[in-house]
Structures are given as C-alpha cells and as structure tokens.
Design a protein around this ligand. Structure first.
Ligand SMILES: [Zn+2]
Length: 316
C-alpha cells in the first residue's frame, strides 16, 4: 500500500491519527495508541467510521483481540457515536466513560432522539449512521483521578467539565500527552500559518459553562503536557500561546452573548459578531484564505457556538 493511501497517520511514540471523515476531511479524528502489543482508541467518530478504524488495525497488523480500551472523551456523536459498533468488533475492549455519559451509550434512546431533534432524521442518518448500544458489563466508569495501564504506560482520567458535564480527559502520564476531546478548542489545520495553529473556541450546546471551561483548561495544562491531542484536529504544541488564545476567545464569545442578551434577534446578532471576530483573528494570525474559504470552515462552528451561547443565556 502506498504511503498516500494509508489510513493511520503515525504521530510518533505509538500514536496514530485516523480521519473519521465526519462532514469533510480534517474535521474529526480518532486516535489509536499502541504500546507493547496492546491498543486503545481515543474517541471513535460516528458509526460510519467504524469500518475505517478496523481497517487501521488491519493496516498496522494489530489483531482485534489486542484492543483493550475505547477511551471516549464524551458522548457527543462525532466522538462516540460509533463506539457501540466498535465494541461489537473488539472482543476484549472495555469502553471507558465518564459516569454521567455512560448511561447514554448503554441506552442511546435519548441521544438518538436529541440528535434527530437537532438535525432531522435524514441528515442524522447521513452524518451518524447506526448507533448501537454498549452492554453495561463492558463499560468501565472513570471517576476523577482513576488510573489505567495500557501496555507499559499509565493513564490518568480527569473530570473535565466546561464543554459538557459528561466529559473527561485521559492523560498519558509517561509521554505527557493530554487528550482534550472538545475542551482545548479546535485547530483546523486549514488555518495553520507561520504563526502556528489557529485556536477556535467551542461553546456548543447544551452544557457550555465558561467558568468550568477556564478551570479545565488550566487543569489540563497543570500536567505540563508535551502535546495536547484534539479530536478536531490532531496534536498541537505551542501550548502556552494556544491556551492564552483560548481563554481570550472564550471571554470574547461570552462578551458577544452578553452584548445582545436583550436583542429580539440576538441569535442573528451573535452570529454576525462572532464571524467578524473570528475573521479579524484570522487576519491577525496571517491567514490569507478567501472569504469563501473562511465561510466554508467557520460557518458550522459559528452556528453551533451561537446555539450553545443561546442555551447558556437562557439558563442564566
Ligand atoms: Zn462535544
């Protein structure tokens, strides 16, 4: 197989990135970690990605029996929608979940209904495929501070609210890689410039909590990570700068929400201000892409972020 046709992109030290092809290339990733003949996936993407993830194992010569864990950062479907299908294919795997998230994958009825309510039945099927329940006896609940071994390395799981209350983050204590899920923003590689990756914050529905998110970001950094590995999209370094940008961005989005709290058309106003804000940040970052390209990569996140801020405003 030629290098260009590889499914699993090597990131060093036993870590591989697999694009789950959610919506477009470069949007969502699953990571596969291999240590001393044992393997774990960190996030699985949607049900539609399962054949590709299994193809990555075949490509690397890893038997399905060698996969000990699925580390699922949270139960949003672009992260864990395919976990049930993967569990069916991986006889020895346990699904490691936040205690608040686990019930939704053991019985996904509410998760499915909620997603259909947001997207409609047709788009839901096209984006997410089939959601298969995970048998309760194959779930391992990770309380804050729980440790696990994979091969020779140790992981610590920390409760990580801010993006969602059912979010936790696995931390590779030996290699100091932090798997942030959605808690360390988004860095689409489209926006990389000489200044490095561009930080986009996520304030998506329905449990965005800015104070908790600021604290979670600081806690992730307290492990002095070498890399933070994002689901959207891949590993980043230059962490002090990215964290500063992320804290600033979260505050800026909260300010935008507060500014329009009493406006009758506040969803529209927030959307306009947010797009302008990201556009100005991209200019300052040295990004030279066209307006069309910016819209292509920003519009969906601006929409989701606006919805999340709307829910947050209504809760206050
Ligand atoms: Zn999420």
């Amino acid at each position: 197989m030629s290098a260009a046709a590889r499914i699993a992109e090597p990131l060093g030290d036993g870590l591989f990135l697999i694009d789950t092809d959610y919506v477009r290339p470069g949007l969502a990733a699953s990571h596969l970690l291999v240590d001393n003949d044992r393997a774990a996936f960190i996030d699985t993407g949607t049900g539609l990605a399962a054949p590709k993830l299994l193809g990555a194992l075949d490509e690397l010569g890893i038997a399905r029996e060698q996969v000990d864990y699925l580390f699922l950062t949270h139960v949003h479907l672009d992260h864990a929608g395919g976990a049930g299908q993967m569990m069916q294919a991986l006889p020895n795997a346990q699904a490691v979940l936040h205690p608040r998230g686990a019930p939704h994958l053991v019985d996904p009825t509410r998760l499915i209904a909620g997603s259909i309510a947001v997207y409609g039945e047709d788009i839901y099927r096209r984006l997410y495929g089939e959601i298969v329940p995970i048998p309760a006896h194959r779930v391992l609940l990770a309380e804050d501070g729980m440790r696990l071994r994979l091969g020779t390395r140790s992981f610590e799981f920390i409760d990580a609210p801010g993006h969602a209350r059912h979010h936790h983050c696995p931390i590779d204590l030996d290699y100091r890689d932090v798997y942030s899920g959605d808690n360390f923003g988004i860095c689409y590689r489209e926006f990389d410039t000489a200044a490095g990756p561009f930080m986009l914050p996520t304030t998506t529905p329905v449990q965005f909590d800015p104070d908790a998110l600021h604290r979670t970001i600081d806690r992730l950094l307290s492990y002095r990570p070498r890399r933070i590995v994002q689901t959207h999209f891949g590993p980043v370094t230059d962490l002090d700068r990215l964290a500063r940008d992320l804290h600033d961005n979260i505050d800026a989005l909260v300010t935008i929400a507060r500014r329009h709290v009493d406006a009758p058309d506040r969803v529209l106003q927030m959307r306009v201000d947010m797009f302008d804000y990201f556009n100005a940040r991209l200019d300052a970052h040295g990004y030279a892409g066209t307006a069309a390209r910016r819209h292509e990569f920003l519009d969906e996140d601006v929409n989701l972020n606006t919805q999340g801020l709307e829910v947050w405003l209504n809760r206050h």
